[in-house]
Write a protein that binds this ligand. Structure first.
Ligand code: ZN
Length: 460
């Protein structure tokens, strides 16, 4: 089957909206993705009769079943369960990307992966929410949700201008175009060429209510064209009404009704766990340890997720039954991927367990707010494999002592022994709970999540 055919067949058209400077997009015509769901409910905005009020999409970057298994073995144990293992419904999604002509590319990067669920279209690797052939902006779930009156949020352990969060808030030819000084690979997106600018500038203009992660270095860059010329992207954010917070204490001071931009690191947030890197011939058995270089004021992904849920869900009271619009929140555990690239098993496992605590926070919200759809997935698989403890692989491996006292050997063999380990092209888990969770059952394209969320929030 031709990749992305389902999305193309929906017949949606788009055009640039009237708001200057930002790539504001509006769907002109779309047929209903699922005729059976949501038709009887009141209003297009998730009103009282809508089956879903809140959508929480949690993405473990590079979190294939192998990475989930390593974290489960290390933490709750081989027979234990992670929070992400407890969701009611499981399916999986095909992760391949496409080339400019629509032909499959079997291993995706995070930009094309996130674009798939953010827009319902597969694209070329490296591209952020733009089409594979014509390089035109595609409307995103966050833009559609915002335009329908939902609160929106994005939380990550990477830079907020990194590919996965960017797919919701920006449209650029290449993911490297994070700030105004990084536009070499995106000539048509520059403001000088009439484009909407860098990822950071577009993200501020998209104006999610909650934006938490790293990336301070990008926001310190100077805007080169347009109304904010000569000012930093951070000043653009403040002028747009954002409260900027830098650590846990400042995050706690954020109040609903005032958009908040959390920049907790220059780029990626520091990881939670450290330990031996995998080496040729393997390591001696070792325990993972807490990261001594993690500044104590840095919020964990769980803390940022709980803060985002509180801010976005404000006004409902403790029982969750008060008024207030619904919301769309994406949460990304980014460094599962980053640490796997470096064959760093403790870093990878620590970040997977930290991500799982964010999943727990989302499930806690769902327990108080039954009209919440929680989806946990990944963009692609990664290099790590759980090997027999006495295996003798020719490449990189490390042996960890798990919390239950077992010996777990992890091998990495998708890249050179002294360099970057590559993603893998496997399907990934899609777990869901709440109204419409059944839609993730079976084997689906990664673009199907777009339709699921759009149907849940009844976005046209
Ligand atoms: Zn990666």
């Amino acid at each position: 089957m031709r990749p992305g055919r389902g999305a193309a067949a929906r017949g949606g058209g788009w055009r640039r909206g009237p708001v200057a400077g930002a790539a504001v997009l509006a769907l002109l015509t779309v047929s209903a993705a699922s005729p059976a769901v949501g038709r009887a409910a009141a209003g297009p905005d998730g009103g009282a009769g809508a089956p879903v009020r809140d959508v929480i999409l949690l993405v473990g970057d590079g979190m294939g079943e192998s990475e989930i298994t390593a974290a489960r073995n290390h933490g709750p144990g081989a027979g234990g369960r992670l929070a992400m293992d407890t969701l009611a419904v499981n399916g999986s999604s095909l992760t391949y990307a496409v080339d400019e002509r629509g032909r499959p590319v079997y291993v995706t990067d995070s930009a094309a992966g996130a674009t798939a669920w953010a827009t319902g279209h597969k694209t070329v690797n490296g591209r952020v929410s733009k089409s594979p052939d014509t390089d035109r902006p595609l409307p995103t779930l966050l833009e559609l949700a915002r335009d329908h009156g939902y609160a929106t949020g994005s939380v990550t352990t990477a830079s907020v201008a990194d590919a996965t969060p960017a797919a919701l808030t920006a449209h650029v030819t290449d993911r490297s175009c994070k700030g105004p000084a990084d536009m070499a690979a995106c000539p048509s997106d520059t403001r000088a060429a009439g484009g909407a600018g860098s990822i950071a500038e577009q993200t501020v203009a998209a104006r999610p209510d909650v934006l938490l992660g790293g990336g301070a270095e990008v926001f310190a860059q100077t805007v080169t064209d347009g109304p904010y010329r000569g000012r930093s992207v951070l000043e653009q954010a403040r002028a747009s009404g954002y409260r900027v917070v830098r650590d846990r204490a400042e995050l706690r001071s954020a109040r609903p009704g005032e958009p908040v931009l959390g920049l907790f690191a220059q780029d990626y947030l520091p990881v939670e766990r450290v330990g031996p890197r995998a080496v040729v011939g393997g390591t001696a058995p070792a325990r993972c340890a807490g990261n001594p270089d993690r500044p104590p004021g840095t919020p964990t992904l769980e803390e940022s997720t709980r803060a985002a849920l509180e801010l976005l869900g404000a006004g409902r009271g403790r029982d969750g039954k008060g008024g207030g619009k619904g919301f769309l929140l994406q949460v990304e555990g980014a460094s599962i991927d980053d640490r796997a690239h470096d064959a760093d098993p403790c870093g990878q496992i620590g970040e997977t367990l930290a991500f799982d605590r964010a999943v727990r926070a989302a499930l806690d919200h769902a327990a108080r707010n039954p009209r919440t759809l929680v989806v946990v997935t990944a963009d692609h698989g990664h290099a790590g494999q759980v090997l027999p403890a006495d295996a003798r692989p020719p490449g990189l491996s490390a042996t960890l002592v798990t919390d239950e006292g077992g010996l777990m050997r992890l091998g990495y063999a998708s890249g050179p022994v002294d360099d970057y380990q590559e993603h893998t092209g496997i399907p990934v888990r899609v777990a869901a709970q709440g109204p419409l969770a059944d839609r993730v059952r079976g084997l689906n394209e990664n673009t199907a999540l777009f339709d699921t969320v759009r149907t849940a929030l009844r976005l046209r």
